[in-house]
Structure formats: C-alpha cells, structure tokens
Design a protein around this ligand. Sequence first.
Ligand SMILES: [Zn+2]
Length: 163
Amino acid sequence: MQISEEEIRKRQRNLKEKTELLKELGLDEELSSASDLIEDKEIQKMIKKHDYKCSYNACPLNFLTFGLDEKDELIQFRTSVPGDHSKHCTPNRKTRELIYSQLPPILQDLLPNKALADYEIAEDKKIAAMSPEEREAYLKAKEEHMQKYREAMNALKNKQKAL
Ligand SMILES: [Zn+2]
C-alpha cells in the first residue's frame, strides 16, 4: 500500500472517490475485506460476524458510510432508509470502539467516524454542547430509561418462561 495518509484523507470527499480509493487499496466497502490487515483473530471474528448479521444501511463499520470533506469534517454518504427494518448496527458501541482501536492506522483512516453510528455522533455533539449539570441530568435520565427497558425485557422473559 503506497497511498499516504494525506492522500487517503483527500480522497474521501465523495462516494465515487472513496470507492475508487478502496479499489486501489484492494478493498471493498465491507470491513472484512481488510481481514488480512487485521492481526487479532478475535477482532477478525467479530468483524466477520458483524458483516454477516448487520443490515443497517448507515452501518458505521462500512467504509462507504462516512468520508471527510475538504475541511476534514465528517460527511455522511449513507443514511438510514425510512421503512428499513434494521435501525442500528448489530454490535454495541463498546464492541465497535474496541474493533476500531485494534485496526491498523490505514483502516482507521478509512473509518473517519471512528466506528460510531450517525445517531451516536449526533448524541455526542448534543452532550458536548450541554452544561455539566445538563449533561449529568441527561445521562442519568438515559441510564434510568435503559434500566427500565432491561427490567421490562427481563420481566417479559420470566413471563415467557412461566408459560
Ligand atoms: Zn453494522
């Protein structure tokens, strides 16, 4: 691979450029096409499993979902499709961040969204703009909401078991 970091950044401005760049690098849009460049076997497995299961149109682990414009700002080429049954990426944020952290630099450069989904990037921006008090209240409310969700799911599971 003789393409410099600079060149990689420069060629993500639109979908066509990025597609051509991937072709030159011998990759397709799926992260698993770069399996040879990933040393960790566990990470390779996680990526294969992801590619098999995820059908989110704006998948954050797909090379063609995000790029960079001429100011190095993140741009999104793909968005979620209304009516699409898949509304998120299958691995959770923690798993995706782990995958990203284990990628060689060239692949990290090809995922300028750092493996974060559009809704996570939007939420991070919202949280960053909050005052510390607002942030605390927001995160607390979110955790409570998640807790209620988990309890409801557990209750449902127990109910099914009892039947
Ligand atoms: Zn995905």
